[in-house]
Write a protein that binds this ligand. Structure first.
Ligand code: NAD
Length: 479
């Protein structure tokens, strides 16, 4: 395990932040709890570094590609540290590191070229793209590296510099990542700050920041937007979800059960776009509950560093308490635990993979985002009722429809109020695809070229075709 030692000259003047291994519940390392003065200095360095970073696109591309190579080369240091602080199985941490490097390569290769915007006047009008300035990236604890890269890779590729704040629950792998990247990136281009609140709030409202890109819960997203309102910095928010999986009556349950189960339970259910509710036709209900419960009972739960583990612990004590409370409430409301229903009697934040049947629809495990290894399965009789129930949430991140008749499934998927809908799978996206929540699931677009443009300012240049040509000759000249 690499020792968590800050780079010389970067020691915190503030306190220290203990980091807990969720597989034991014990603190095993510390990170700096950085002060407001340190934050100011980091933002100032990001501003100073911006002028060089934005001005040489070929050098930027080369640096990002070299940085991606460095991340891949450090996979055997990054992945175990990520598992130790986050809890996920080591194979998933390794995949997360690989995806981080792949994302850097993807964005390094994107070039936002000029776009002609001629309007018929004797003027050459061209839309060009300019970087925004220092970007604040604030991320949660469920995919610390992957979600960080979803922010810093497009921001850096666009020519901005980045101040990255991980969750206080998972600062270590992000700090190590920054030190790996520093071999390829100029000083100040990407800096990690760590600490307790109000560090994130200060960063979101910092006058030196021009774009705040945040992933986390909806209540914190609102606070971030309010903070950024003070400076009118651009805001991108990727927030929570309460994705429904809607099974049609022609679904082949045995064929889809593994995929559906892991779409809900991967990373211990701590995935924004996990399946968080299943709607099954009443006449197939028992079969669906049984298939999912069987898989929940046989899933291997254990420490992420144990290669046999398929599911690790929850990441932190408040999250365990939240999952425990919403499960207990569902059981008190009359639900039946077809599998699990309780925390595991061992140290650490382990909760038994849980499938709940007969849950009243108003119960918090259905109405809110449980963000844990607990899946409510609800019966329906009319398809319109099922679509209405799937849409009866303030969230609008993802959704899926499962059935054999693909045309019918597509027609139903088109009625889901969300940013992404899948048929017969869920929560899979490639780097080139856009990802945008509707309703309270977000503002702005991540992924693909849209993620890059979210980090750029349009700049339009109008130039007459000849020096003496009068631009106003062609028509109106106001907006
Ligand atoms: P959170 O909102 O509590 O924290 C997210 C980040 O914001 C952390 O770094 C935290 O320290 C920081 N923060 C806390 N208060 C802040 C404030 N006032 N101002 C600025 N920053 C502040 O979320 P979490 O519990 O870490 O993560 C779980 C949530 O994230 C879930 O709701 C999940 O659905 C969501 N999430 C969304 C996506 C997505 O892409 N839509 C992806 C992953 C997770």
């Amino acid at each position: 395990m690499p020792e968590d030692r800050p780079a010389p000259g970067r020691e915190a003047r503030g306190g220290r932040l203990p980091v807990v291994d969720p597989a034991t519940g014990e603190a095993f390392a510390e990170a700096p709890d950085q002060s407001p003065q340190e934050l100011d200095a980091v933002v100032e360095r990001a501003r100073a570094a911006w002028f060089g970073w934005r001005s040489d696109p070929p050098a930027r591309t080369a640096a990002l590609l070299a940085a991606a190579d460095a991340v891949e080369a450090a996979r055997d240091d990054l992945a175990p540290l990520l598992t130790r602080e986050q809890g996920k199985p080591l194979a998933e941490s390794r995949a997360e590191v690989a995806r981080t490097a792949a994302r850097m390569r993807y964005f390094a290769a994107l070039e936002p070229g000029p776009v002609p915007v001629a309007d018929g006047r004797p003027v050459r009008s061209e839309l060009r793209w300019r970087p925004l300035g220092p970007v604040a990236a604030i991320v949660p604890w469920n995919f610390p590296l992957q979600l960080a890269s979803a922010k810093f890779a497009p921001a850096l590729a666009a020519g901005n510099t980045v101040v990255l704040k991980p969750s206080p629950y998972t600062p270590l792998a992000t700090r190590l990542l920054a030190s790996v990247l520093s071999a390829a990136l100029p000083e100040g281009v990407l800096t990690v700050v760590t600490g307790r609140e109000p560090l994130g709030a200060r960063l979101a409202a910092h006058p030196g920041i021009r774009h705040v890109t945040f992933t986390g819960s909806a209540p914190t997203g609102r606070a971030v937007a309010a903070g950024a309102a003070a400076t009118l910095a651009r805001v991108t928010l990727e927030l929570g979800g309460n994705d429904a999986a809607l099974l049609l009556d022609d679904v082949d349950v045995e064929r889809i059960a593994d995929r559906l189960f892991w779409a809900a339970f991967r990373n211990c259910g701590q995935v924004c776009m996990a399946v968080k509710r299943v709607y099954a036709p009443a006449r197939r209900y028992a079969e669906v509950v049984e298939a999912l419960a069987e898989r929940a009972k046989s899933a291997v739960v254990g420490a992420g560093l144990d290669p046999r583990s398929q599911l690790g612990p929850l990441n932190n004590a408040p999250q365990l308490a939240r999952v425990e409370a919403c499960t207990a409430r569902a059981l008190a409301d009359g639900a039946r635990a077809a599998a699990g229903g309780h925390r595991l009697d061992r140290p650490g934040y382990f909760f038994a993979p849980t499938v709940l049947a007969d849950v009243p629809s108003g119960s918090p495990v259905v109405a809110d985002e449980q963000f844990g290894p607990v899946l409510p399965v609800l019966p329906y009789t009319g398809l319109d009722d099922a679509v209405a129930a799937a849409n009866a949430t303030g969230f609008g991140l993802g959704g899926s429809v499962w059935g054999t008749d693909l045309d019918r499934a597509e027609a139903v998927a088109g009625r889901l109020e969300c940013g992404t809908a899948w048929i017969n799978h869920h929560a899979e996206l490639s780097l080139a695809q856009p990802f945008a929540g509707t309703k309270e699931s977000g503002v702005g677009v991540a992924g693909g070229p849209w993620g890059l443009y979210g980090n750029l300012q349009p700049f339009v240049l109008h130039r007459p075709l000849e020096a003496e040509a009068a631009p106003e000759a062609g028509g109106t000249a106001w907006h």
